[in-house]
Design a protein around this ligand. Structure first.
Ligand code: C5P
Length: 301
């Protein structure tokens, strides 16, 4: 058995997030177009006396280190299925914002799953890994596969999408996080008494991705959770406006937020938008990253 295994996992931005009405189980059907971007968490798993989780990084103090952490849950679920004692130390080097709408927790779940599979030699099939990911959370399967994909159902049923080039993004991290369930609840509250259509993927958006055309993508992006995120966190409107004024092709809330995402035409203009946002006083931190990025990848075994 090797001493430790490290896995790198990307963040995501949703270039389309179409949300249907609440289902009887409380979840919402989605047409969710994920794009993985080059901001990564790294999960390292090492044999230990008992299961424990540690975390380093600027947001590390906000990460739960108990069994509610998706990395711990991933290890437990894989171990249970294969009759293994999940006695491992999971260390998360966290670069993806916490509670930011960029699937940071999901990334850690997918990363821990792949790392434990390699450490224990369980050789789970891709299908089994995806199945466990879906059990862990709606966005976890995408963290495993990366690239670009259309997620339907509650977001866990994935179809890989063609992407014809790199897209250059700027991400503005907010002063505080937002709870995904709270944002969905606000979506329900704002939609009360209105007809909420079935979520459908946008053909112009899928075309823009396939062509690698940033102007066409900018014209087609949408996020049905954005009004709910803005309702809970009104200051995000200032960040969006600052990025637009700085020359971003488009500005939107990433997933359930509160991270805001700005599409730039090329890497140079991404750097300019990032500099302007940094000095705008409307956010905590700013990063550039491009996508598509590869999914969870074993770095060493
Ligand atoms: O699947 P996951 O555990 O990541 O979802 C977190 C929460 O987000 C759910 O408990 C639910 O409140 C909300 N959600 C939803 N519809 C989805 C995905 C998530 O309502 N399709």
């Amino acid at each position: 058995m090797s001493a430790s295994v490290a896995v790198r996992v990307p963040a995501k931005v949703n270039v389309q997030l179409a949300v249907g009405a609440a289902r009887p189980d409380g979840f919402h059907d989605l047409a969710n177009v994920f794009l993985a971007v080059g901001l990564y968490d790294e999960v390292t798993v090492t044999p230990a006396e008992e299961l424990r989780v540690t975390c380093e990084g600027p947001d590390a103090d906000q990460v739960p280190l108990d069994r509610t952490n998706l990395a711990a849950r991933a290890a437990i679920v894989l171990a249970e299925r294969h009759g293994i004692d999940p006695a491992v130390h999971l260390h998360i080097a966290k670069d993806i914002p916490v509670a930011g709408g960029m699937a940071g927790g999901s990334a850690d779940g997918a990363g821990a799953l792949l790392a434990c599979d390699a450490l224990w030699g369980t050789n789970a099939s891709r299908e089994e890994l995806l199945d466990i990911c879906a059990e862990l959370g709606s966005d976890v399967p995408f963290s495993l596969v990366g690239g670009a994909a259309l997620g339907t159902g509650r977001g866990e049923k994935l179809r890989a999408l063609d992407v014809g080039g790199d897209f250059h993004w700027v991400f503005a991290m907010a002063e505080r996080g937002l709870s995904t369930p709270a944002v969905f609840r606000e979506f329900d509250r704002l939609g009360e008494g209105t007809h909420i259509p079935e979520p459908v993927a946008s053909e112009p958006l899928l075309d823009a991705l396939a062509k690698g055309d940033p102007d066409a993508l900018a014209a087609a992006v949408s996020n049905d959770l954005q009004p709910a995120a803005l309702s809970l966190f009104p200051e995000l409107a200032d960040t969006l406006a600052a990025g637009r004024a700085a020359g971003a092709l488009t500005a939107l809330v990433s997933g359930s937020g509160p991270t805001t995402a700005f599409l730039a035409r090329d890497p140079e203009s991404a750097v300019k938008v990032a500099e302007t946002l940094r000095s705008s006083g409307t956010c905590r931190a700013v990063r550039t990253a491009s996508g598509p990025a590869p999914g969870a990848t074993v770095l060493s075994a």
